[in-house]
Write a protein that binds this ligand. Structure first.
Ligand code: ATP
Ligand code: ATP
Ligand code: MG
Ligand code: MG
Lengths: 226, 226
């Protein structure tokens, strides 16, 4: 479902070049849950952003089955992503001026769902991450882990076929992290949701089918788990 | 060195009240390293912010030895904190318009250090967290874990007597987390740096002298480690 060959990402700042990705090949099957681990700065977020189309790789090619993201204009891309993909960013990216329920229903409204259904689905998604009572809090009125969970809820609310998750449990205590991960693994097992997840947490990574280890912009090893 | 009795924090949003702290007593000795753990939303960040003076508790009293933060105006408070305290916020709080070395040297400049010494000390602090080559990257040009490490460097650069650390290793892989924690424990053991650290990571918490467990706005238990 996701295929990339020889991915490269070079950042240029003045005359300084940073080689964030140095030739990465990756293939993710439909319905797979793949974890990506590696030291701070090795290129995990860069890889996720290139594969999901958030950033443009400076070299190599990416193929996401059934999509011509390349041929779409910005509005079409935004609508396509809202309908088909879920995003959990490493720095959660909630809109500070909206309440958490408004943040969660956003992908539904963008993809054309009526307001009543959107509101109900958003409430259910918040309840699924233990935040049913916090719908009217704005991000500034939430704890770090609560904001992270709102981002998780938002990524799943539109029943996407793939979720790109950059450290979805980094701000959570182990019990809450387990709740969030069982939510995601259930969707993976029961609904075939494809998940690419970056994590520093070995226990979370071992819930996946396969762990990809990165180091200095390349894949250093792969482990089959399930 | 830090003493608080019956701390309360109630947030009012319209007619909704959230009881974030419901009567917390805490005492931290000079030179102690104390960890605070507990589920997402239980009040750890709120406690840290009240004790360090970032926020004003709605009830109870706080005494920080040798300081009359209460009698200072805003400018004096800012200078006092820059000279005496280090802060690692849960959402790192680097200034996006400054490079990482400019971010790190800020507390030194605020407390009156000359620019040459400030620059040298900031560079040394960045090297201590493995980011000696990243001084001229701005926060947007850093990975999540790199930004967190820049915040750690900034909190220690002014040789404070106390560091308030809200999840200092949440965005780090285990190896990098160990490097950051040995930096902090060395300062604690060799220079008597007092540390109050909030963490979800049990291994990190067990490096401290004492673990305080919180639940629903109160302290539920304490464990003596060392
Ligand atoms: N401005 C606010 N208005 C209303 N409620 C708030 C506000 N700020 C925080 N809260 C609530 O206070 C409670 C405690 O928040 P706090 O940030 O201290 O939790 P925490 O223990 O640090 O959690 P985490 O581990 O997720 O970071 C949470 O339920 C949160 O929703
Ligand atoms: N805009 C940029 N300009 C220059 N270098 C950048 C830029 N963005 C990222 N980098 C660098 O690219 C490298 C990879 O960054 P990336 O965010 O992918 O790391 P990561 O593996 O996600 O790390 P972490 O675990 O800390 O989140 C880092 O060394 C970072 O400093
Ligand atoms: Mg990252
Ligand atoms: Mg917190």
């Amino acid at each position: 479902i996701v295929q990339a060959r020889n991915l490269e990402m070079t950042y240029r700042n003045g005359d300084v070049e940073t080689y964030a990705l140095r030739g990465v090949d990756i293939e993710i099957q439909k319905g797979e849950m793949v974890a990506v681990m590696g030291p701070s700065g090795c290129g995990k977020t860069t890889l996720l952003n290139c594969l999901s189309g958030i950033d443009q790789a400076t070299g190599g090619e990416i193929n996401i089955e059934g999509t011509n993201l390349v041929d779409m204009n910005d509005n079409q891309k935004t609508k396509y992503r809202a309908e088909n993909m879920g995003f959990i960013f490493q720095t959660f990216n909630l809109l500070p001026v909206l309440t958490s329920i408004e943040n969660v229903e956003l992908p539904l409204l963008v993809s054309g769902t009526d307001t009543k259904t959107a509101r109900n689905k958003a409430q259910a998604a918040l309840e699924a991450v233990g935040l049913g009572e916090y719908g009217h809090h704005k991000p500034a009125q939430l704890s770090g882990g609560q904001r992270q969970r709102v981002t998780v809820a938002r990524s799943l609310v539109n029943e996407p076929y793939i979720v790109w998750a950059d450290e979805p449990t980094g701000a959570l205590d182990s019990e809450t992290a387990n709740e969030v991960m069982s939510l995601m693994t259930n969707l993976n097992k029961n609904q075939g949701l494809t998940i690419l997840l970056v994590t520093h947490n070995r226990e979370v990574a071992e819930l996946s089918n396969r762990i990809i280890n990165m180091k200095d912009g390349v894949i250093s090893s792969e482990e089959i788990i399930n």
